[in-house]
Design a protein around this ligand. Structure first.
Ligand code: PLP
Length: 433
């Protein structure tokens, strides 16, 4: 039985209290602090398959999957075994290795837009590097991003989403100079007219458009029919580049990512999460003529001490090998659809207005009666209700992302039984909200 009747998190509380004096907010990355749902975060002890154990011994069914990488399940035995063998040869080379070639070939074979790839250490690094490349290749400075899309924490992407502030390009965070973000133009997601207007107002100045082809960072939002096609057309007509940030969707919503799923090929792509199999990896890649700009092949500088690290490459290779096995994406779709449809159903049965769905192993549910096509729609959700739902589920042994504005993730390790337990817990929690 996963859920605990006497839910205690005494050790978590002690460790998290001590962490407050050691790290800003007690964490290494903000969302982990549970600020948007309130209450105490749990401190993990170990993870395996679809499960997490906290330091108090509570067990949870996990739908965060370390924010995406754990698509084969946490600590998959074959990934662990491959890592053991790789460890024996050392932890870092800072020099070429055959593992880089193997993972590069796998990525190039899988992702339609990628002819040449560069490995980095995180999604943030991949996105900031691709932005430099967009500018270097086109000789233009301006870019378009969408409200509610997250492309890591580099200065130029930290532009407030929504309202007049967004269009003025005012930075989202202190410490980001206004001069860094004035070239970052924003539009509402799924709004082709807004994109066209920006191109009209900034003729021959826009290097390209970057987006999450399925949004996961404003909650789970899918592209409307024709949106990705429209962006492909507009960018082509204007001599601009189209960049899919597939850090989240890559190897998750299909082996070849959103570009395979929707049949739209961007010029450049960023990757992360799954391709590192739980170790720190990011990557950017695309058309050979564009990637030839990257040093040392070309003049655009970008480098990294630990980039292409043999451990990270090994975990990535094994993870992709596991994903290539027959039936994996059918299994991910079946299990995730059962969960997403089931959540919507129990929420409606218990009298709540909800909107959501899934694509393959990515899902979401907003507490709103409206359909959600962009960040403004998402912001109409009942955040207080989400917070209470989140806490209730946690206390029943279900670990959901601690924000309404995050997608959920499943893995090959999640079983029908896990989903049924989750839905039973949701029914009880929702009935009490
Ligand atoms: C779409 C997208 N791009 C970029 C990033 C940044 O990746 P990282 O956290 O590895 O720096 C994330 C992280 O969640 C993401 O979801």
């Amino acid at each position: 039985m996963v859920s605990t009747t006497s839910f205690k998190t005494t050790k978590s509380e002690e460790i998290f209290a001590a962490a407050q004096n050691l790290m800003p907010g007690g964490v290494s990355s903000p969302v982990r602090a549970f600020k948007s749902v309130g209450g105490q975060p749990i401190v993990f002890d170990r993870v395996k398959g679809a499960y997490i154990w906290d330091v108090d011994g509570n067990k949870y069914i996990d739908y965060v999957g370390t924010w995406g990488p754990a698509i084969c399940g946490h600590a998959h035995p074959e990934v662990i075994e491959a890592l053991h063998q790789a460890l024996e040869k050392g932890t870092s080379f800072g020099a070429p290795s055959v593992q880089e070639n193997i993972l590069a070939e796998m990525v190039i074979d899988a992702v339609p837009s990628i002819e040449v790839v560069r490995f980095v250490n995180s999604g943030t690094e991949a996105c900031m590097s691709v932005l430099r490349l967009m500018r270097a290749f086109t000789g233009r400075d301006k870019i378009i991003k969408f409200e509610g899309c997250y492309h890591g924490h580099a200065d130029m992407f930290l532009v407030k989403a929504g309202s007049g502030v967004a269009t003025l390009g005012l930075p989202d965070s202190p410490g980001v100079p206004k001069s860094t973000t004035t070239n970052t133009l924003t539009a509402p997601y799924n709004d082709l007219e807004a994109v066209k207007a920006l191109f009209d107002e900034n003729k021959d100045e826009i290097a390209g458009v970057i987006l999450e082809p399925v949004v996961g960072n404003a909650g789970f939002i899918v592209p409307d029919a024709g949106f990705l096609e429209g962006l492909r057309e507009i960018t082509q007509d204007n001599g601009s580049l189209l960049v899919f940030d597939e850090v989240m969707t890559g190897f998750r919503i299909a082996y070849g990512g959103a570009q395979e799923k929707f049949g739209i090929t961007p010029d450049l792509t960023t990757l992360g999460k799954v391709i590192g199999g739980g170790l720190p990896v990011g990557a950017y890649g695309g058309r050979k003529d564009i990637m030839s700009m990257v040093a040392p092949a070309g003049p655009m500088y970008q480098a990294g001490t630990l980039s292409g690290n043999p451990l990270a490459m090994t975990a990535g290779i094994k993870t992709l090998e596991l994903l290539q096995r027959p039936g994996t994406y059918e299994q991910l779709e079946q299990i995730t659809k059962k969960l997403a449809d089931g959540l919507l159903q129990v929420a409606k049965e218990t009298g709540h207005d909800v909107y959501g769905g899934n694509i393959s192993a990515m899902f979401g549910m907003f507490f709103t009666g409206n359909s959600v096509h962009n960040y403004d729609d998402a912001k109409k959700s009942d955040l207080n209700k989400f917070a209470r739902f989140h806490r209730g589920m946690l206390e029943k042994g279900i670990y959901l992302a601690p924000s309404q504005f995050e997608a959920g993730f499943t893995s090959l390790a999640h079983t029908d039984n896990d989903i049924e337990q989750t839905l039973a817990a949701a029914k009880e929690v929702l009935a009490d909200l």
